[in-house]
Ligand binder design. Structure first.
Ligand code: ATP
Ligand code: MG
Length: 301
């Protein structure tokens, strides 16, 4: 059976500006299950936003396609919510209206009071309550605006939530608070999330699975690393889990070394490029204390 979201033989080429072609990625093939939180990590320019724009229906691939819930993605839809780095709020609307206009569009049968109650609930979930929700975005801090865009995305309960470096512009402290809020909301609803970040610790905290991309051009989604750390997770305790540093080291190694070594290898035409599954679980490798690299073994096998 197909996964909830199925990315099939996705190839993207752009004109390179010198009369030739730039192959961003070729035949990328992977799936995302319903309710899963998947994070994609890779160096700048490898093609993460390009993949996300295709998933959102905002861009068309050169070849291949995306099937979500049995239907081909062919353009933007309320079924897919997107949060960009620059939080794109509508400046002339209040905070509450920025959330409620989408809710009203999604639930035309609801009364104004129902729409407002639903929107207010999601704003409260990200810590925005009281008078502040009557303010315009220009009267909010950057972190508050980011929370509004997260509340807006979750309030619409899209089938797929796409987050492109949503916390990139925030200071570490605010970022931590919003990560906690995102985890809390995600834990309360069945929400499929696909997120881009450059932050390894953020990725481990949030993800069920991390997809690792090699460097571009001709990048590949080379690995799918399962995050074998139980939920609920919290930022201070997660680092004490025995799998934490093993997973972290694996990711650092990949981004520092193997993302280069594995890049630029063209794939055979029509042959799906699927990621290797990596499962790092110290608890299951205790019989063999000498084996400090179970992950690499998994990749090579
Ligand atoms: N519309 C376009 N026309 C031509 N080239 C493009 C276009 N969009 C993206 N590219 C190229 O495709 C490659 C991948 O870009 P993309 O924005 O997907 O990278 P990214 O992984 O999101 O990087 P970052 O981490 O810096 O955001 C880059 O080489 C970029 O120059
Ligand atoms: Mg990008």
């Amino acid at each position: 059976m197909k996964p909830f979201l199925s990315i099939e033989n996705l190839t993207q080429r752009f004109p390179d500006g010198a009369g030739g072609e730039l192959t961003v990625f070729e035949e990328a093939t992977f799936g995302v299950e319903k309710g899963e939180f998947v994070v994609i990590l890779g160096h700048s320019g490898c093609g993460k936003s390009t993949i996300m724009n295709i998933l959102a229906g905002l861009a068309e691939p050169t070849s291949g396609g995306v099937i979500m819930d049995g239907q081909e993605v062919k353009g933007p839809s309320l079924d897919r919510g997107v949060v960009f780095q620059n939080y794109s709020l509508l400046p002339w609307l209040s905070t509450l209206k920025n959330v409620s206009f989408g809710v009203a569009a999604r639930h035309p049968e609801w009364t104004k009071a129902e729409v407002e109650a639903h929107s207010t609930k999601f704003l409260a979930m990200v810590g925005l309550e009281g008078d502040v929700i009557r303010r315009k975005p220009s009267q909010l801090s950057g972190g508050m605006r980011q929370r509004v865009s997260i509340a807006r995305a979750f309030a619409n309960h899209p089938k797929l939530l796409l987050l492109d470096e949503p916390f990139g512009a925030l200071d570490a402290l605010t970022r931590g608070t919003i990560q906690d809020e995102l985890l809390k909301i995600w834990g309360q609803m069945e929400q499929t999330v696909f997120m881009i970040t450059h932050d390894i610790d953020e990725a481990i905290l949030l993800a069920d699975r991390i997809l690792l991309m090699t460097n571009g051009p001709q990048a590949r989604v080379a690995e799918s690393v399962e995050i074998t750390i139980p939920r609920p997770r919290n930022r201070t305790e997660i680092v004490e889990h025995p799998n934490y540093y093993a997973i972290r080291n694996h990711l650092v190694q990949f981004l520092g070394k193997r993302s280069k070594e594995l890049s630029g290898k063209p794939s055979a035409p029509g042959q799906a490029n699927t990621p290797a599954t990596v499962r790092i679980d110290k608890a299951q490798t205790t019989e063999d204390p000498e084996d400090t690299q179970p992950a690499l073994r998994a990749v090579n096998s």
